[in-house]
Design a protein around this ligand. Structure first.
Ligand code: BTN
Length: 238
């Protein structure tokens, strides 16, 4: 395992992608103190000021076929939820893989697949708001940090070491098992019965997590399982 540290990058996922093209081995990790163009899911940006938070990307080389990699993101969410629970935080997972603390987002996961070699490479990008306390106005009521929730600073290096250890184990376990850790996920899942808006604006009620990691929702037309995408909480999410 090699860790490459940078003061500033556009995005640790972009840096990781460049490294994949250069042929670095699996287990290579990119960590930056700040990002100038941190990326979130669905084309959003990820607020990435200097020093306060963790911005990290893991390069995971796997022999699984690309379709089987989709569930990995569920396991990454479980790793973060369990890590933060052990540190005393009462976190929940919002499907597919947002980590919420007091209903606000404390960590996000952006898994990207590179498929131009003989085997796929999964770049697992994680942003964890640790000691940042000032968020831009547009993140009011959306984002939080460990500091904001606990009113005390946390040691980023320790969190980093624990995360690297747990994530390495979880990704190797996923490769061996090829099914997501749904049991672990359900322990941190509290969306049951909640009203959500689906991507097309349709409203639905959450019924649970399917064994394959999808979200089961009930709409006026009946129940169905969403395999990808996101849902918004009615009245809270923008
Ligand atoms: C999301 O919740 O929308 C995903 C956010 C992922 C942010 C992390 S920060 C490290 C890595 N580099 C990026 O540009 N994005 C991910």
């Amino acid at each position: 395992m090699t860790i490459h540290r940078f003061d500033e990058v556009t995005s640790t996922n972009d840096k990781a992608r460049e490294m994949v093209a250069d042929g670095v081995p699996g287990g290579t990790i990119v960590i930056a103190r700040s990002q100038t163009a941190g990326r979130g899911r669905s084309g959003r940006s990820w607020f990435s000021p200097s020093d306060d938070n963790l911005y990290i990307s893991f390069i995971h080389r796997t022999t699984l076929d690309p379709r089987s990699c989709a569930g990995m993101t569920i396991d990454v969410g479980v790793v973060l939820a369990e890590l933060l629970t052990r540190k005393g935080f009462d976190v929940e997972l919002k499907w597919p893989n947002d980590v919420l603390l007091n209903g606000l987002k404390v960590a996000g996961i952006l898994c990207e697949l590179v498929t131009d070699g003989p085997h796929p490479v999964v770049i697992v990008g994680i942003g964890l708001n640790v000691n940042g306390s000032d968020f831009p106005a547009e993140l009011n009521g959306i984002a939080t940090s460990l500091l904001n929730a606990s009113h005390e600073p946390h040691d980023i290096e320790t969190l980093e070491e624990d995360l690297i250890r747990d994530l390495t184990q979880a990704l190797n376990r996923y490769d061996a098992r090829t099914t997501p850790n749904v049991e672990g996920y359900r322990k941190h899942f509290r969306m049951m019965g909640r009203q959500v808006l689906l991507a097309g604006g349709e409203s639905a009620e959450v019924e649970g997590i399917a064994d394959g990691g999808g979200l089961i929702v009930k709409t006026p037309e009946g129940s169905r399982t969403l395999r990808s995408g996101e849902v918004k909480f009615v009245g809270i999410d923008r």
